[in-house]
Design a binder for this molecule. Structure first.
Ligand code: NAI
Ligand code: MG
Length: 499
């Protein structure tokens, strides 16, 4: 593993982890794939093989679902008091925190993101997410219901919230560890058991998490982790007749396939899908904060965020100033391997994503867009793309309509504030939006009209475990985080007793 050996700051525990063939976690045991097959995960900064991982498929998913079912129906997990469940989740959070540096390094190597970002964002957010849901384990309650058609005291009716059962969790590669936490935190709090399938590009932190899940003392089979490809392991999990719910984060295209696969047993489905989020800057905005805000809205995580502020609408009088400012910010970004100490932006995750993003750039430029800065690949090794600001675009271009999932923003001027809501909402997506204005009334009036699951006013990309996140329209079904997500991991039972 040349890449790892040549990185000077690498933790020996991380080198040892990637050098070892990675297995899958089924029923508390680390096992090979039933087929014996493995697949490679690559270092996106170099394109070299980083690690070999057991390749899960239908048979492994079947075994994992059986283990999750047994743990749900009859194992110690099903009899555990909520307070004990909560303590286990908290203990897991402590263990992740204890190994923060190791997780940050693994994430940087596998995904490409700067090590410094993984240290201050991905891993600490994962820890706090787990702690937030550790608290929820003891706060899931029902109601007493006064029946309206019966005289008082003839019936006692109440609801309880029960865990939905065995959950399939299919996650993407942009925030690999954090996405695992977004899924596992609430499902464990609710008392579900699960089969987690990490993205094939970035399985490593989920597998290390599996080791800590065991160390924390979760009973066997409560969390099973099966790495593998989407079309095989992912599809088998989504279609499995003994899975009660599937929670998916990824492309809208695959979201549709998940819905079809889930139709067989009508399992519950929650989806967190793509976006093409508008970020609207009015002329009365505090431009000193709006410019860096607009830059980080698109360039954070190399634009590989479902909520990236990829359509920047700027009121005409300040358009040139904002475009100059965001382009200047783009030019200051140091695009380097994530392991270099001064890296601000690493490579995209894979050759496939590099091809995809470069394809969008070519199509935009061919259709007449102009790159104020960037517009092409960066260097010739690894999957780097230059942070890009496109102008001279129009609403029919693919770069304006489709999710690029790279560091590419289209900047579009507007002159009539009354038309901006229509333009902002002119998308099949509805995940997030930004509004920048010093006029409180205007900002909240526009926020109310935007068809998006999150609207940030005078800020962007602010995430909190307590704040729900998810999409309108083709950006998905349901919400992650907050107490909202617990509704997807629980069933409501009404109990009515004659008195
Ligand atoms: P994808 O949607 O194919 O992959 C996400 C996850 O779904 C992975 O774990 C994958 O193995 C799994 N998967 C793929 N096909 C499946 C199937 N038929 N059944 C079950 N699971 C399946 O996303 P991909 O191909 O990696 O990226 C393509 C585009 O998707 C990106 O350019 C971006 O636009 C979007 N995307 C959006 C994300 C988000 O956070 N909303 C995250 C990743 C990608
Ligand atoms: Mg795909």
């Amino acid at each position: 593993m040349a890449t790892v050996a040549s990185a000077p700051t690498i933790d020996p525990k991380v080198s040892a982890f990637v050098a070892r063939k990675q297995k899958m976690l089924i029923n508390g045991k680390w096992v090979d794939a039933a087929s014996g097959k493995t697949f490679a995960t690559y270092n996106p900064a170099t394109g070299e093989v980083l690690a070999q991982v057991a390749e899960g498929d239908r048979e492994d998913i079947n075994r994992a679902v059986r283990a999750a079912r047994a743990a749900f129906e009859s194992g110690p997990w099903s009899k555990m008091p909520p307070a004990v469940r909560g303590k286990l989740i908290w203990k897991l959070a402590d263990l992740i925190e204890k190994h923060l540096e190791e997780f940050a390094q693994l994430e940087s190597l596998d995904n490409g993101k700067p090590l410094g970002i993984a240290r201050i964002a991905d891993v600490p957010l994962t820890v706090e997410h787990m702690r937030y849901y550790a608290g929820w384990a003891t706060k899931i309650e029902g109601n007493t219901i006064p029946l309206i058609l019966a005289p008082p005291n003839k019936f006692l009716a109440y609801t309880v919230r029960e865990p939905v059962g065995v959950v399939g969790q299919i996650i993407p590669w942009n925030f690999p560890l954090l996405m695992a936490a977004w899924k596992l935190g609430p499902s464990l709090a609710a008392g579900c058991t699960s089969v987690l399938k990490p993205a094939e590009q970035t399985p490593l932190t989920a597998l290390r998490l599996g080791e800590l899940i065991q160390e924390a003392g979760f009973p066997d089979g409560v969390v099973n982790i099966v790495p593998g490809f989407g079309e095989t392991a992912g599809a088998a999990l989504a279609a499995h007749p003994d899975v009660d719910k599937v929670a998916f984060t990824g492309s809208t295209e695959v979201g549709r396939l998940i819905v079809q696969a889930a139709a067989g047993n009508l399992k519950k489905v929650s989806l967190e899908l793509g976006g093409k989020s508008p970020n609207v800057i009015f002329a009365d905005a505090d431009i000193e904060s709006a410019i860096p805000g607009a830059a980080s809205a698109i360039f954070f995580n190399h634009g590989q965020c479902c909520c990236a502020g990829s359509r920047l609408y700027v009121e005409k009088p300040i358009f040139d100033k904002v475009v100059d400012g965001v382009s200047h910010s783009a030019e200051q970004i140091k695009v380097k391997p994530g392991f270099e100490p001064d890296s601000d932006m690493g490579p995209l995750v894979s050759q496939e994503q590099l091809n995809r993003v470069c394809g969008y750039l070519e199509s935009g430029l061919k259709e007449g867009a102009k790159a104020v800065t960037g517009g092409k690949r960066h260097g010739d090794k690894g999957y780097f793309v230059k942070p890009t600001v496109l102008v001279n675009t129009n609403e029919t271009m693919k770069v304006v309509r489709e999710e690029i999932f790279g560091p590419v923003v289209t900047a579009i001027p507007f002159s009539d504030p009354s038309e901006i809501v229509g333009k902002a909402n002119d998308t099949t997506y509805g995940l997030a939006a930004g509004v920048w204005s010093r006029d409180i009334k205007k900002a909240h009036t526009v926020a109310a009209k935007l068809r998006a699951g999150t609207v940030w006013i005078n800020c962007y990309n602010v995430f909190d475990p307590a704040m729900p996140f998810g999409g309108y329209k083709e950006s998905g079904w349901g919400r992650e985080m907050g107490h909202e997500v617990l509704e997807h991991y629980t069933e409501v039972k009404s109990i009515c007793s004659a008195l």
